[in-house]
Structure formats: structure tokens, C-alpha cells
Design a protein around this ligand. Structure first.
Ligand SMILES: N[C@@H](Cc1c[nH]c[nH+]1)C(=O)O
Length: 376
């Protein structure tokens, strides 16, 4: 029998150690506090639930993406949550069904996926976010995008880029002004994803009509002008979406870089008319994502919603949020009242358990000499 080393964790799962565990919690706290000031109240869904309740609520949450196990109690398949948005949707559609709308909820916790992404090896990630349930209007999008920016800024993130997308644009065009057969549609999606103009044109003349969308990518204002020209060539077929994007972009500060990638679908499995990805300077891949979606409800029409999720682990790995408090060593017999007063001033204290302990070895910069902290 092969022995599993006691330190080995399953692939893609890892420990967070000091000081990063604290930095991660601090960043989560700042984001949650910011969204709370805009009326978002926290929910705490469980780490795992029945697989079907996780996959049914949001369209295209796929069972094969989940880490699953059979529950010995119910004999049913359980799945770890891959995304808390689906759980918030379940809560909104069931236990908070009759709560007044719009309903504003926030969340934070780990999520687990079957496979890691290409960019990062983790299967477990920290997720923080906010969901606005009951509307997917332009006003809802303005609120969500701006709160996401405010929360990241409050947490100290700089160099933010927001990339807008229209996740269901291709489907809407294919079902309307630029018809495509089912196979053609798949091929068009693949080539737009690859941004391969030559391959797109080679599919068919109908597919070639989608070419302007590849060009409507990049810095926001120039890309929007190209998207507007494309809409004009289709008798204004996507004018309302363009107006939506303009309304969302308008209040965003000059210090945020805006880009447009109207056909980006990666990571937008359930979002419909609007989606956005968040990037921070110096970090590969998104640190957050959001958009509009619909929550399925038993015996009723779907409910519109809008939200965002942040994945702060890359920031934490890079040492972000590492604010080390001053550490003070308290020798045996120290003045406990003075120590409490110093803690109230922001010191972190480390009390000796026995004579002869070395405070410096406990990473203390100071020790309590009578009533005064003294540097080592
Ligand atoms: N939870 C989604 C983002 C999102 C939140 N609300 C709507 N979309 C994700 O992580 O991809």
C-alpha cells in the first residue's frame, strides 16, 4: 500500500498561512463593509448542497464542473458550491421569496470547482460578492458595477480595468437579424472566441456578417463607435444594448480603464444581456466578474437579477493587504492593565507562558518594560 504523506493535500487545495490568511480576511471584511453601506445584507449559504438544487436555479451551471459526493445520510448526490450566486438565487427564490424587491444580499466564502482554470492551479477559491435581486435594468447594472469598483478601491486595489461584454448577443443576433443554423452558430461562437477573422469569414457568408464584432473590441469608446456602426447597419437592432452600456459606463471614474469585448463568453455561463470582468494592474486573469441573469422559480416566471463576485486570492498571493500590526512581548509578571490599554491602542501582544522566553523569536518588535514598550 502506498502511504500518503501527512502533509499532502488534494491537487488544487492549499492552506493559507500567516500573514496571508489575515490579509484575506481583512480584504473580505472591507469589501463586505462597503457593500453593506449600500444596503446589501449578508447571507451564509452552506458549503455543499444537493447537486440538483445547485444546478437548476441558474441556467447552464453544469454538473460536470462540480466536486460531488454521495451523502451517506440522504443517499443523494451532494455538490460543493462552485459559485455562491446560485445559492443566493436559491435563497431569494425560496426562503426570501416574499421579501420585498429589489432584494440586496452579500456573501463571502470558499467555492470549489472540479477543474482549475488554465491560469491558476487552485480548485478552491475565496469568493466575495453582492447580488441585486428583482431587477436587471440599466440602473441595476450601474449600481452593481459602481459598488464593485468602490469595494475594490476601499480595499486598496488600484489600476482597475472593467471589460464589458454582452454574453447573449450572438444568440440574440442569430435568432433575429443575422440568422444562423445551429452548427453555424457553434462555429461562429468558436471563431469569435478565438478572434479569428479569417476562419469566421470562411464558415459561410451568413457567418461573415459577424465580422464587425471582432473589430468592436478594445478600448471602450473606439470599440463602442464600431459597435454603433454595426447596429446601424442592422437597422438599430442592438441600439438598446448600446444605450445600456453607455449608461453603465457614464458614472465610472476617469481612473478606471474601460474596455469592450462584446462577444466574450468565457466565464459567463449564465449571464444574459450584460456581463463584465474586472482586472487589476499587474495581475493575470480576472479578479472579479458579474452581470445580469435570471433566477428560475417553481411555477413562476424567472426573476431578473444583477450581481458581481470577486476572487481576491491572486491579490493576496502577491502580498496585498499585508498590514502587520506592531507586536509587543509581555514578560511574565507584566502589568496586565497596561497591556490591555496598549492592545486598545492597536498593539498585538504576545504573553510569555514561562520565564526566559524570547520575544524576538515570537516576531515581536518590542517588549513591555514596566509600563513602556521598548524596541528590541
Ligand atoms: N458569480 C459569477 C459572477 C456573477 C455574480 N452575479 C452575477 N454574476 C461568477 O463568479 O462568475
Amino acid at each position: 500500500m502506498t502511504m500518503i504523506p501527512p502533509s499532502l493535500l488534494p491537487e488544487g487545495l492549499s492552506d493559507r498561512l500567516p500573514p496571508q490568511a489575515e490579509a484575506s480576511a481583512r480584504l473580505a471584511r472591507r469589501v463586505l463593509d462597503t457593500v453593506a453601506t449600500h444596503g446589501y445584507e449578508r447571507v451564509m449559504p452552506p458549503l455543499a448542497e444537493f447537486e440538483d438544487t445547485l444546478t437548476q436555479r441558474l441556467k447552464s451551471m453544469r454538473a460536470q464542473d462540480l466536486v460531488r459526493a454521495v451523502d451517506p445520510v440522504s443517499q443523494r448526490t451532494l455538490a460543493f458550491r462552485p459559485d455562491m450566486t446560485a445559492q443566493v438565487g436559491r435563497i431569494a427564490a425560496t426562503r426570501l421569496r416574499s421579501a420585498p424587491r429589489p432584494l440586496r444580499l452579500s456573501y463571502a466564502g470558499p467555492v470549489i470547482r472540479q477543474k482549475a482554470s488554465q491560469l491558476r492551479p487552485e480548485r478552491e477559491k475565496m469568493q466575495l460578492g453582492a447580488e441585486l435581486i428583482g431587477s436587471d435594468s440599466n440602473a441595476a447594472a450601474v449600481e452593481i458595477v459602481n459598488i464593485a469598483i468602490e469595494a475594490l478601491t476601499a480595499a486598496g486595489v488600484t489600476g482597475i480595468t472593467i471589460d464589458f461584454t454582452l454574453p447573449d448577443l450572438i444568440d440574440a443576433l442569430a435568432a433575429g437579424p443575422l440568422p444562423l443554423g445551429a452548427e453555424e452558430l457553434e462555429a461562429v461562437r468558436a471563431e469569435l472566441d478565438a478572434k479569428d477573422a479569417g476562419a469566421l469569414v470562411a464558415i459561410s457568408p451568413a457567418a461573415a456578417a459577424y465580422l464587425p464584432l471582432i473589430e468592436a473590441t478594445g478600448p471602450f469608446h473606439a470599440a463602442m463607435e464600431r459597435l454603433e456602426a454595426f447596429s446601424a447597419s442592422l437597422d438599430g437592432a442592438i441600439d438598446s444594448r448600446i444605450a445600456g452600456l453607455r449608461a453603465i459606463a457614464k458614472p465610472i471614474g476617469w481612473d478606471i480603464t474601460l474596455t469592450l469585448d462584446p462577444t466574450e463568453r468565457h466565464g459567463f455561463e449564465f449571464q444574459n444581456w450584460f456581463g463584465f470582468s474586472i482586472f487589476a494592474e499587474g495581475f493575470i486573469g480576472e479578479i472579479g466578474r458579474g452581470g445580469s441573469y435570471a433566477i428560475a422559480r417553481a411555477g413562476e416566471t424567472d426573476e431578473p437579477a444583477m450581481g458581481f463576485s470577486l476572487y481576491p486570492d491572486p491579490l493576496i498571493d502577491a502580498g496585498f493587504g499585508d498590514e502587520r500590526p506592531r507586536r509587543l512581548f509581555l514578560p511574565v509578571g507584566h502589568d496586565a492593565v497596561r497591556a490591555a490599554a496598549l492592545r486598545a491602542e492597536g498593539w498585538h501582544t504576545v504573553a510569555a507562558l514561562a520565564d526566559g522566553e524570547d520575544g524576538a523569536a515570537q516576531r515581536c518588535s518590542h517588549w513591555l518594560d514596566g509600563s513602556e514598550p521598548r524596541a528590541y
